[in-house]
Structure formats: structure tokens, C-alpha cells
Ligand binder design. Structure first.
Ligand code: UTP
Length: 317
């Protein structure tokens, strides 16, 4: 069975049509704002994080985005619905740049929601997407909306690895040793026939290991290209840490059963939008790249961090 492939913006042919974005978590690290605002809608400068992730998925050949949401949080999907009244008003007022911005998200790909009734873990969230897949889809991409992996394009490399080696392909970043305990960490092996040294075989995965127990410094980075076999594995695992069904446990089960799992080590940068500190770094990083905000922000930051900064004497607009 071969999945009909999507065509990526980078010219490669993807091996998945559906990208799943789990967005049903509680967002406790971002309270109190997440009491009423889904963290996926918080703006990175002016664009919700979920639009950035949806753009990455579309650029890598996804035709459909399935957002896993919790009851009452399905407003995230509204960001991808055309607003003809707003568009008409902007057009009538000649605000063409703003019009282009509001049209961007609805034009990316088909977006739908599935509901995760209770936050029973990332594995449980991914499992909810199976019901909406077509019979001929034999792989899905999963993108965690908290993670920005830059520059985008790692899903294209992951697709190429699946085409060559089959199975499931994950994304890793090489983190400093003292940070390993914050991540899922891969136990990897160099492939004897690897052309790309950043493609490694995965023999196992440890969730948040102590430094001494970490099998490597390669940490999971929120992008997964999963064979459809993952759904069967998710049905067979028991709840793990915190009573949650862990995606990591289902992947570990596949590895134990001989399913090929590889990792692509991403050598670019990454932002974690899931906590205020990481989110602020992402916002500053993106704003510095923007023509309309970058130069003034840079100047202000230099002043703010410089020896002459005096909060009593400074006014700035
Ligand atoms: P996180 O644990 O990082 O997100 O899950 P969270 O639970 O929203 O955040 P905190 O820890 O309470 O601050 C990683 C991703 O998995 C989704 C989250 O929405 C996030 O995108 N997730 C997690 C679900 O969709 N359902 C779950 O039951 C758990």
C-alpha cells in the first residue's frame, strides 16, 4: 500500500498527506493566560505559533492539518477559517497588506479538529487522529506546536529517510550535556552505509534521563514521521508517567519489535514556545528579523542592556 504523496515547497515529494498537531494539553507552564487563550494562538510577533507550524507542514507536502484539541478549545481551528466580512472590509479600505495576512492561514491546507476529551497524554492525543485518516495513508507527520525547528525543512529530510529506510523517522537536536534531563533522549547507532552523518539508527529512547544515564545528547525535537503502525502500538501500551499514554513508550515498543526507527539530527536552531522564557526568545528572534520592528528593537535592546540604562530617566516609544 503506497500513500499518495504530497508535494513539498522544496520540490521533494513527501511521504505523508496528513500532519497532526496535538494541541489539547493544559498549558500549565503558561498560566494564567492559558486559562482563556490557547497557547497555540499566542503571537510570535503577530502570527500565532500554530500558523508557523501549519506553514512548515504545508511546505513539506502536507495537504491536511488535523489539530487535536480539548473540548471548548476548538477555537484554534477558527484561525484557519476564511473571514469574508473582515476580508471585504480590508479590501474596501485598501489595506492590502493586512488582507494578505488574514488570507494566509486559510489558504495553507485543509484544517480540521479532533477532540481529545481528557488530557491523557501526547500518545493518547495522537491516537485520536487515526479515525480521520484515509485507508491508503500509511504514515503521518506529527508536529508539536510548542516547538519551532528552524530553518524549516527537516520534514523533507525525514521523508527522504523514510523512503530509503522505511519505518518511522524522528527529529533530534544535539543539546548541551547539562540539559539532557529536560528531554526525551535517543540511544543511537551510526549507520554503516549512511551518506548523511546526521541520519542515525535509533535503538531506544529514555524520557528525561539523569545526566549519568543519558545514552547520548540527541534530544527529541517535536517532529515525528510515524508509520501507521504507531496506532496499533498506542493501543498496546499502558499509561506511564503521570498516568499518561506516552508517545515515547509506543515508539519504544515499535523499536523492540524490530520496526525501523531513525533520527535526523537537526543542526539549526529551535525555540520552545511552551514556556514564557522560550516564547520570549522566539518573539525577540523573529522580531529582530522583521524590517518594520527589527532595527528599533535592536537599538532598544542594546540600550536596555548597556551601562547607561536607568529606568528612572528613560522614556522610549
Ligand atoms: P506538553 O506537556 O509540552 O504541553 O505536551 P502541555 O501539557 O500543554 O503543557 P504544560 O506542561 O502543562 O505547560 C506537548 C504537546 O502535546 C500536547 C500539548 O498540547 C503540546 O502541544 N498534548 C499533551 C495533548 O494534546 N494532549 C495531552 O494529553 C498532552
Amino acid at each position: 500500500m503506497t500513500a499518495k504523496a504530497g508535494r513539498s515547497a522544496n520540490g521533494g515529494v513527501g511521504v505523508f498527506r496528513t500532519a497532526v498537531v496535538p494541541a489539547a494539553g493544559l498549558g500549565t507552564r503558561f498560566l494564567p493566560v492559558t486559562k482563556t487563550v490557547p497557547k497555540e494562538l499566542l503571537p510570535v510577533v503577530d502570527t500565532p505559533g500554530i500558523e508557523l507550524v501549519a506553514t512548515e507542514a504545508a511546505d513539506s507536502g502536507a495537504e491536511r492539518l488535523v489539530i487535536v484539541t480539548s473540548p471548548g478549545k476548538d477555537g484554534v481551528v477558527a484561525h484557519f477559517v476564511e473571514d469574508l466580512v473582515l476580508e471585504g472590509t480590508l479590501a474596501a479600505r485598501g489595506k492590502m497588506e493586512a488582507l494578505e495576512k488574514v488570507r494566509r492561514a486559510p489558504g495553507l491546507l485543509d484544517v480540521s479538529a479532533v477532540i481529545q476529551e481528557e488530557p491523557l497524554g501526547l500518545g493518547h492525543a495522537v491516537a485520536q487522529a487515526e479515525a480521520v485518516l484515509d485507508d491508503d495513508e500509511d504514515a503521518i507527520a506529527v508536529l508539536l506546536p510548542d516547538d519551532l525547528v528552524l530553518p524549516s525543512g527537516v520534514l523533507d529530510v525525514m521523508s527522504r529517510v523514510r523512503r530509503k529506510r522505511g519505518g518511522s523517522v524522528l527529529c533530534a537536536i544535539d543539546v548541551p550535556k547539562e540539559q539532557v534531563s529536560a528531554y526525551g533522549v535517543f540511544d543511537v547507532e551510526v549507520l554503516p552505509d549512511a551518506v548523511n552523518p546526521n541520519v542515525l539508527r535509533v535503538n531506544g529512547m529514555v524520557e528525561k534521563p539523569a545526566l549519568a544515564d543519558a545514552p547520548s545528547t540527541y534530544a527529541a525535537a517535536g517532529r515525528y514521521l510515524l508509520d501507521r503502525a504507531i496506532f496499533d502500538a498506542l493501543r498496546r501500551i499502558e499509561p506511564g508517567a503521570g498516568g499518561e499514554l506516552q508517545l515515547t513508550d509506543a515508539i519504544a515498543l515499535l523499536i523492540a519489535e524490530g520496526h525501523p526507527v531513525h533520527v535526523v539530527v537537526h543542526r539549526g536552531s529551535r525555540h520552545d514556545l511552551g514556556n514564557p522564557g522560550g516564547y520570549l526568545r522566539a518573539a525577540v528572534d523573529f522580531a529582530l528579523e522583521r524590517e518594520e520592528y527589527g532595527p528599533a528593537l535592536r537599538e532598544w535592546l542594546q540600550h536596555r542592556l548597556g551601562p547607561d540604562w536607568d529606568p528612572q530617566l528613560t522614556t522610549y516609544d
